[in-house]
Design a protein around this ligand. Structure first.
Ligand code: B12
Length: 494
């Protein structure tokens, strides 16, 4: 049984909506194909109470329970509560925890949570398959690369060597049939996550995803488009969000995907993550993006300050501005992802960013805060005495966690919220919402704007920095320190 734990992020509840827990779907497909009986329960989207979940689990009586949550670090304590409830209800079932956060914090997790029998580090498909087979056939856990396993009930554990990245992704079929598709909508359309590539050619120091996936690889264009066609025809999916860090990383393969979508006449919408330089690179094929259904693109702009983006090799402000212009020209809604806290913020830096973003003119901005996950190069260097957010459930990029010397958390919050609000209601933006490039983009844009404003209001009322500590006091919060900064040995991390 595969379980997505109940977490209820503001973004899921009021923003983009609950989305398919794709990691579990990817793990479930190969298990099903190998002959195991698999059930997927999304306790988050179904808003199940612990009792409801445990009674559903008791009905199914699984031998192995796999659990995770896409929102990873900030969902961790919720996942652990669910794990204890499941283990109490089903003491005989083995329990495996996977996903981004446990892939790095496995040692502390195994020490702290005796209810967990196994942790899977990294990509789950092959490792879980081997684990299930070993449990069924009495095989040896020592031989399963990427597995952390308990060799004594509730006690000691062993850490096997890391697994190699999966190269032939086409071999692993996502278990689409496990999903209750009525649960998932994005911007008002039935939605599915799909994945073309894993990893990212960029190595930004604040991001951990290139560390997690290790190297960039992808499915074949045909396999990817087959999946989209299957989901559209079989389950009526209208909107796809490739779960890629960087959907446009490989131009040749991307062009094949776009041309294949167009030649098969698949009429769907897509929201992609890409980078500024690839949009500039693809100026000559952006019409294909649009024709194939790309209606929304989020670009990692990160900062308007060229010195800051230079330090991790990203594109300049002028390039980002040009990329937004190109997207606009082709009728693709744009979103600029920006990070507050990459430089020592003052009201002046915030005001400057606001003015420059206004000139850049994206349709949306996603304002996030620098979040120092310990496995990222930047996160590993942030000293504990600069951390001010001991509530681990707020480590999801939407709350400040690192002190800014020149602004209090309240002041920074005010600056970020004002930036978001005034950028989203600026006249050129409203004008485009009323007179959109085309009908599809008009509907999606209005829906997204409405949701952005609802999330904004809820965050202003309920998500202000309330219980932050003073810089230097974080270390006293032992449990949080352990969750947020556990250290695996260097060898294991490799
Ligand atoms: C698309 C996406 C979204 C979408 C949809 C997410 C969803 N399904 O609900 C939206 C925009 C809504 C979103 C929202 C959020 N997201 Co997001 N998102 C992504 C993104 C780009 C893809 C997620 C995905 O499906 N990946 C593909 C699957 C296959 O990968 P996977 O989940 O890691 O699963 C593999 C392994 O981890 C493992 N595995 C996973 N689960 C399990 C379980 C078991 C039992 C086992 C054995 C193995 C296993 O096997 C899987 C297959 O190999 C990732 C980055 C990325 N590329 O992964 C960020 C990412 C997951 N998001 C992140 C965050 C923080 C959030 C938010 C909390 C932001 C916010 N404050 O609102 C919310 C949480 C919403 C939610 N309900 O989860 C962070 C998590 C960071 C962290 N370490 O904590 C990530 C990693 C981005 C980043 N750069 O850091 N997100």
């Amino acid at each position: 049984m595969l379980v997505n734990a109940r977490r209820g992020y503001i973004s899921s509840e009021y923003g983009l909506g609950y989305q398919v827990p794709l990691g579990l779907v990817f793990v479930g497909g190969p298990l099903t194909d190998a002959g195991f009986e698999v059930k997927l329960i999304d306790a988050d989207a179904l808003k199940l109470s612990e009792d409801e979940l445990t009674s559903a689990a008791q009905d199914f009586a699984p031998d192995l329970i796999g659990i995770s949550h896409t929102g990873s670090t900030a969902a961790h304590t919720h996942v652990i509560d669910t794990i204890y409830a499941l283990k109490k209800a089903l003491p005989e079932s083995k329990l495996v925890y996977g996903g981004v956060y446990p892939s790095f914090a496995f040692r502390a997790i195994m020490e702290d949570v005796p209810a967990i029998d196994y942790v899977v580090r990294g990509e789950g498909e092959n490792i879980t398959l081997q684990l299930a087979a070993a449990l069924r056939d009495g095989g040896a856990f020592e031989d399963i690369d990427g597995l952390v396993w308990r060799h004594r009930e509730g006690g000691g554990f062993k850490v096997n060597q890391a697994a190699k990245p999966l190269c032939d992704l086409d071999r692993y079929r996502p278990g689409w049939e496990l999903v209750d598709w009525d649960l998932y909508k994005l911007l008002g359309q039935r939605a599915a996550g799909v994945q073309f590539g894993r990893g990212c050619p960029n190595t930004c120091n604040f991001c951990g995803q290139w560390v997690f996936w290790k190297k960039y690889r992808r499915r074949s264009p045909k396999n990817f488009v087959d999946q989209i066609e299957h989901l559209a025809n079989e389950y009526g999916i209208e909107h796809f969000w490739p779960a890629d860090e960087h959907f446009a990383a490989d131009r040749e393969a991307l062009t094949e995907v776009l041309e294949e979508m167009i030649s098969r006449g698949i009429r769907v919408s897509m929201s992609i993550n890409a980078s500024v330089d690839t949009i500039l690179r693809d100026e000559d094929i952006l019409h294909l993006y649009k024709k194939a259904g790309v209606d929304f693109a989020a670009l990692g702009v990160e900062s308007d300050n060229d010195e800051v983006v230079d330090s991790f090799g990203k594109s300049s402000y002028a390039m980002a501005t040009r990329a937004m212009e190109l997207l606009r020209k082709h009728g693709i809604l744009s979103c600029a992802n920006v990070i507050f806290g990459l430089e020592d913020e003052t009201f002046k830096t915030i005001w400057r960013r606001f003015l420059r973003l206004r000139r850049m003119d994206p349709d949306f901005i996603n304002a996030t805060y620098l979040t120092p996950h310990f496995w990222t190069p930047l996160g590993s260097k942030v000293p504990l005495d600069k951390v001010i957010e001991p509530d681990t459930s707020r480590w999801g990029y939407r709350n400040q966690v690192v002190a800014t010397p020149n602004l209090t958390p309240g002041q920074l919050f005010f600056g970020v919220k004002a930036t978001e609000f005034f950028l989203h209601i600026r006249p050129s933006r409203i004008w485009r919402a009323i007179f959109p490039h085309d009908r599809v983009v008009g509907r999606m844009g209005m829906n997204a704007l409405y949701r952005a404003l609802i999330v904004w209001m809820i965050e202003v009322v309920h998500d202000r920095p309330k219980n932050v500590v003073r810089a230097g006091e974080f270390a006293a919060h032992e449990k949080s320190v352990r969750i947020l900064f556990p250290r695996a040995t260097r060898k294991e991390r490799r």
